[in-house]
Design a protein around this ligand. Structure first.
Ligand code: BG6
Length: 484
């Protein structure tokens, strides 16, 4: 889809996010011809770079993170980058930026804040004070949006003092993942699922976001967050919303976000009274991963007194007509056995079997939406085992692997999301009330953990987390879908 000309300003342009994600995403969009010739990418940071210095930095970022770099596209892309040095806390640089932007006051103007949240306020105020906000201006911010409801409110107030809600794009990069958007296609572009998509036919839902890496160099940030804030408050709750929401009236941003908000509000509270039954926290100790021996979390952190969780499993329930009594088991963690993110929708067993014992066990149907790696959708169904040997049943996957079906590069989430910002489409971005509602569910869990005498259970790196997480589902007569 064509986009209009724009000026994109990236703050924090020499940082980690720009290096790993933004510059590569912009390169791909340019190489695919989606960035109009008149568009300007203005990169800003505190370093004393010239345009050429920054282009060199970007070249290295691309060489590291893009496997199919093409020389011609690379040179063309680099020539489109401009650098402006701004000391965001001071006055230096803002007027230079203003001079550049004022050349074209009528084009879409997007400010991407690829910086830590402690700078969001300063930069927004700087943008406001420099008079850079036009009707066509947008601002993009990333998680963490607060560390609890109160701090999220303060942060949203600060950003909201300069920008209107329609101008604020809060990124949850999970919403930009191809398979996550496919969840909406699957549910709402097929007649097959919707009649079955409720408590009468679905036994439970599992959402797993397992990572095999540890916290590595991010231990400093991570220790102030933990798995619940880092992954559940945002990514996993967003996935849960897309699975559980009512059909929105349209794909219009507010229709979709209204429905997601209702799900968040319907989550049954987890508090001190039930947290020990419904939540499991873990922290990895030294163990092994595919590459060999790996250190434990405390060693990586360089302290031995942290009780930050690197794993969490939860049993959530949505108290509404569609989902009453259907558990949503959620889990995520670092240094688990495998990197795999998937949503498994487990249907109820058949009401009555007409087959005799020799036919074997009849497994209930399961729909698995694999987000990464090996993106795809799988439906587990029963068939007759081929051959003349009588009626023996077997479970097989009806498989839809995206890599095989579409032989195209799977675009990174940021590619989609940045272009949506330019297009002004907020469907895949979190509205302020969603962030608040997610925290309203998370805060009591954090409080309950704080009040509890328990600390996270230790698990060996390279396993599926503490055994209590397995017990959490086994107590209900169920098992995790992917336990190796
Ligand atoms: C980030 C978290 O939001 O998501 C990280 O802060 C996590 O801790 C990452 O590793 C996972 O993203 P992805 O796209 O690699 O699954």
């Amino acid at each position: 889809i064509e986009v209009a000309e724009f000026d994109l300003v990236v703050f924090g342009a020499s940082g980690d996010l720009a290096h790993r994600k933004l510059i590569p995403a912009l390169y791909h969009r340019c190489a695919d011809g989606q960035v109009p010739e008149g568009a300007r990418i203005i990169c800003s940071a505190r370093r004393d770079y010239s345009d050429d210095d920054y282009r060199q930095w970007a070249r290295e970022a691309l060489q590291e993170h893009v496997s199919d770099l093409e020389d011609e596209s690379l040179e063309h892309f680099l020539s489109r980058l401009h650098y402006v040095k701004i000391d965001v806390g001071g006055t230096d640089g803002w007027s230079d930026l203003k001079t550049i932007l004022d050349e074209r006051p009528d084009v879409v103007r997007a400010f991407y804040l690829a910086v830590g949240p402690d700078l969001f306020g300063t930069i927004c105020q700087g943008i406001g004070n420099a008079g850079l906000v036009t009707d066509k201006t947008r601002v993009v911010i990333e998680k963490p949006i607060g560390k609890d409801g109160a701090s999220a409110k303060a942060l949203n107030d600060t950003v909201g003092a300069v920008f209107k809600e329609e101008q604020i794009f809060r990124i949850d990069h999970y919403l930009g993942k191809e398979t996550v958007q496919n969840l909406m296609a699957l549910r709402f572009a097929n007649a097959l699922f919707e009649p079955l998509w409720n408590a009468a036919h679905i036994d439970h839902v599992q959402i797993t976001v397992a990572e095999s890496l540890g916290v590595g160099g991010r231990a400093g940030y991570y220790d102030t967050a933990g798995a619940l804030r880092d992954m559940v408050q945002n990514h996993i709750l967003q996935l849960l919303c897309l699975v559980a929401m009512e059909p929105p009236e349209s794909m219009n941003a507010d229709s979709v976000r209204d429905e997601k908000l209702k799900v968040l509000k319907a989550l049954s509270p987890i508090t001190e009274a039930n947290a020990d039954k419904l939540t499991v926290r873990g922290q990895y100790r030294a163990g092994a991963s595919a590459g060999g021996a790996v250190p434990g979390y405390l060693e990586e952190l360089g302290r031995d007194d942290s009780t930050t969780e690197t794993f969490v499993a939860l049993k959530a329930e949505i108290a509404n007509w569609r989902w009453a009594g259907v558990p949503f088991y959620l889990r995520t963690g670092k240094r688990l056995a495998q990197r795999v993110s998937e949503i498994a929708v487990q249907f109820r067993p058949i009401p009555h079997s007409i087959f005799d014992a020799e036919a074997g066990h009849i497994s209930a149907n399961r729909l698995v939406i694999r987000l990464q790696p090996d993106e795809g959708v799988q439906m587990k169904v029963m068939i007759k085992d081929p051959g003349p040997g009588g009626m023996r049943l077997r479970e097989v996957p009806l498989d839809m692997s995206f890599a095989e079906a579409f032989k195209i590069r799977n675009p990174d989430a940021y590619e989609r999301l940045i272009m949506d910002v330019i297009r002004g489409n907020q469907t895949l971005f979190m509205r302020r009330d969603e962030v608040d509602a997610a925290w309203a569910w998370i805060d009591p869990i954090l409080d309950a953990w704080k009040a509890s005498k328990d600390t996270p259970r230790s698990y060996t790196a390279g396993t599926w987390g503490p055994s209590a997480s397995i017990a959490l589902v086994e107590r209900d007569g169920r098992t995790w879908a992917e336990d190796g």
